[in-house]
Design a protein around this ligand. Structure first.
Ligand code: AKG
Ligand code: FE2
Length: 363
């Protein structure tokens, strides 16, 4: 039987209508990933991706091989862990981020401190690409083959092609990054479904409408399935927050810390945050689907000095040579500390030190 024929029934999730508010949107390039199949296409796209990653640090991908019906189906599936699993069962499958430094299972609401005593109203359900690593709620179990197919699509049809473009941009052999992002290798690359719930006026006031503080992602590449509720903003190199516009069936791509470290600061881990949506969307919950990619756990996050581009433009080192963390050390430090540790306030920025590196949280 094909996957199509065995598809279990899942309640349909209806996306809220797009906002008609006039927002200050970021102008981001759109990469037609179908062009990446030819060497000439890759050279053309590598230029665009390099330009995006050295400037705003975000871009869109279209024609990634997932038709709109399948995107619709993945959002139906993404909604299940939040709306179709009873609360007590959610507790049973809560993750142990602080103890293990690993995102697997639920991050339940109110786990993070945002500001002035207000805690978050965000739920995640995180699933390792090896879906057998952990047990799953009953309603999720029949969906695991499709979730695994989703992970594979992201890994081989989106992540690897993008990693090839980023290697070309550094004049490195095309598979330099692909070789350290094995699907079967030991590492934490995972699928995340995420739901944001509207908050009280008091919570909005006390946090300046910030739902998820400004941060960089800690992995190499983040793949976000575009959805219509406007709330995601990026910090531009000029220091302004700009909104991310929804494009049907597009992906929003950005680099995280690990890519910034490997590329000696050439590819930027752009700061982004999530804020209260505009008035016409404030009554809705906001559902997200992501693939968070990391290099294999044993990779040292040191700049790829052999890159002729880096030799030319110079390298920004974040660590002394002997203190460079591996991917595993970095992700565990960032995961266990996030939203839990005491932060030092410095105006709009709060700081903490993880593995000897200053990590900033932006309001
Ligand atoms: O929900 C979003 O649009 C972004 C979420 C995000 O930045 C994250 O989970 O790291
Ligand atoms: Fe993020």
């Amino acid at each position: 039987m094909t996957l199509e024929q065995q598809r279990p029934e899942v309640p349909s999730y209806t996306q809220p209508p797009p906002s008609t508010t006039d927002l200050d949107y970021a102008e981001l390039p759109i990469i037609d990933l179908s062009k990446a199949i030819t060497p000439e296409g890759r050279v053309e796209l590598a230029k665009l991706v390099t330009e995006a990653m050295t400037n705003q640090g975000f871009f869109y991908v279209v024609n990634h091989g997932y038709p709109p019906e399948q995107t619709k189906r993945i959002f139906d599936i993404a909604n299940v862990p939040f709306e179709h699993v009873p609360e007590p069962e959610k507790q049973t499958y809560a993750g142990t981020m602080k103890a293990t430094g690993s995102y697997q299972g639920y991050k339940l609401r109110q786990y993070w401190h945002i500001d002035n005593g207000v805690r978050d109203q965000i739920e995640h359900y995180n699933i390792n690409r090896d879906t057998t690593k952990r047990g799953h709620p009953e309603a999720v179990r029949p969906l695991l083959p499709e979730i695994e197919a989703f992970a594979k699509h992201n890994h081989f049809n989106v992540l690897h092609p993008i990693l090839r473009l980023l290697a070309i941009g550094l004049q490195l052999p095309e598979d330099t990054f692909v070789d350290i992002h094995g699907y079967k290798a030991v590492g934490e690359t995972y699928v995340r479904f995420m739901k944001y719930y509207p908050r009280t006026k008091d919570e909005e006031d006390k946090t300046n409408q910030v739902w998820l503080k400004g941060h960089t992602d800690f992995g190499t590449i983040t793949i976000l399935y575009s959805q219509p509720v406007a709330a995601l903003q990026i910090l531009t190199p000029e220091g302004n927050w700009k909104w991310i516009r929804h494009i049907d069936n597009a992906l929003v791509i950005n680099a995280g810390d690990a890519m910034e470290f490997l590329s000696g600061g050439y590819y930027r881990a752009t700061i982004h945050r999530v804020v209260q949506p505009p008035p016409d969307q404030q009554a809705y919950t906001r559902l997200g689907a992501f693939y968070f990619a990391m290099s294999d756990d044993d990779i040292k996050l040191a700049p790829l000095l052999q890159s002729p581009v880096l030799q030319r433009v110079g390298i920004k080192r974040r660590f002394e040579e002997d203190e460079t963390p591996t991917m595993e050390e970095w992700r565990k430090g960032r995961t266990s500390a996030y939203g839990q540790s005491e932060l030092t306030k410095k105006g709009q920025v709060e700081e903490e030190v993880i593995n000897g590196v200053l990590v900033k949280h932006y309001n």
